[in-house]
Design a protein around this ligand. Structure first.
Ligand SMILES: [Zn+2]
Length: 260
C-alpha cells in the first residue's frame, strides 16, 4: 500500500512541477499564473495536452517547441523531475503525516524561490509575504518536530528565529553595502520563522557557506573576476540550506548538545 502512495505522490509531484514552471516563468513579471493557458514563449501557440506531459514531452520533443522549434529551457525538465522526486522521497520517509505535508509544502515553495532567484536575481514579495504568514500559522497549529525540544514553545521558537534571521541579514546588508539585497533579508526572516531558534543559525550559516562555495566555483569555472557591485544570488543556497536544516537539523543539534 505504501509503495502505491509513494508512486501517487511522485506522479502528483511531476504534474505540480509542471505548474511550478509556470510560476517561475510568470511570477517575476507579475503575470497571472492561471491565464492564459500554457503557451510557447516564442510563438505563443497554445500548447496541447500532448505537449504538457511532465518529463516525457520534453524528451519526446527533444527540448524544442513543436511549432516553432524554439528551445524550451532545460530548467522545465529539471523542475518537474526535482518536484516529483522530492514528493516521492518525502512520502517514502514520512508517510501520510502532518510532517510530510509541512516539509512537502516548504520543498515546493523553495523550489520556486531557488529558480526565480537563480534566473532573475529576485526574491519576490508575492512569495515571501504569504509564506511568512503560513510559517507562523504552522508553528502554532502543527508544531513541526524540529521546533520542539529547544526549551522554547514551538511558536515562540519560530518568532524568535524570524527576528534573529531578520536582524542578522539586516546587519549584513547595512555593513556590506551591496553583495546582498533586501530580498535576502526578508527571506532570512522567513527561514527563521520556519526553522525556529536556534536552528535558524544553522540554516543561515550553512546557506552562506554554500553560497560562498558556489560563487567560488563559478569564478574558477568562468575564470572571471568578480565585478564590484555584482550581487551573489543567495536565494538558491539559502533554499537548499533551509531544506537540509528542517530534514536533518535536529539530528545535528542533538549531536552538538552531546558534545557539550
Ligand atoms: Zn513555439
Amino acid at each position: 500500500m505504501q509503495s502505491f502512495e509513494i508512486a501517487l505522490f511522485g506522479v502528483l509531484g511531476l504534474a505540480l512541477g509542471s505548474f511550478l514552471n509556470v510560476c517561475i516563468d510568470r511570477l517575476p513579471g507579475g503575470r497571472s499564473i492561471v491565464k492564459p493557458p500554457s503557451e510557447c514563449d516564442s510563438c505563443h501557440r497554445r500548447l496541447s495536452a500532448g505537449d504538457l506531459i511532465p518529463l516525457l514531452s520534453y524528451l519526446w520533443l527533444r527540448g524544442r517547441c513543436r511549432y516553432c522549434q524554439a528551445a524550451i529551457p532545460r530548467r522545465v525538465f529539471v523542475v518537474e523531475l526535482v518536484t516529483g522526486a522530492a514528493l516521492a522521497l518525502l512520502c517514502w520517509r514520512y508517510g501520510l503525516t502532518a510532517e510530510f505535508g509541512v516539509i512537502g509544502l516548504w520543498a515546493v515553495v523553495f523550489i520556486v524561490v531557488f529558480f526565480i532567484d537563480l534566473e532573475q536575481g529576485l526574491i519576490l514579495n508575492v512569495l515571501v509575504y504569504p509564506a511568512i504568514g503560513v510559517a507562523l500559522l504552522l508553528a502554532w497549529l502543527v508544531e513541526p518536530p524540529w521546533l520542539e525540544g529547544w526549551v522554547l514553545a514551538p511558536v515562540v521558537s519560530s518568532a524568535v528565529g524570524g527576528a534573529v534571521g531578520l536582524a542578522m541579514f539586516w546587519l549584513i546588508v547595512v555593513f556590506s553595502r551591496g553583495g546582498m539585497g533586501w530580498g535576502d533579508v526578508k527571506l532570512a526572516a522567513l527561514i527563521g520563522l520556519i526553522c525556529g531558534f536556534p536552528l535558524v543559525l544553522l540554516a543561515l550559516i550553512l546557506g552562506a557557506v554554500l553560497g560562498g562555495l558556489a560563487a567560488l566555483g563559478l569564478l574558477l569555472v568562468r575564470r572571471r573576476r568578480w565585478a564590484s557591485g555584482q550581487t551573489i544570488p543567495f536565494g538558491p543556497s539559502l533554499a537548499v540550506a533551509t531544506m537540509a536544516t528542517i530534514l536533518w537539523g535536529s539530528a545535528v543539534g542533538d549531536w552538538y548538545l552531546d558534545l557539550l
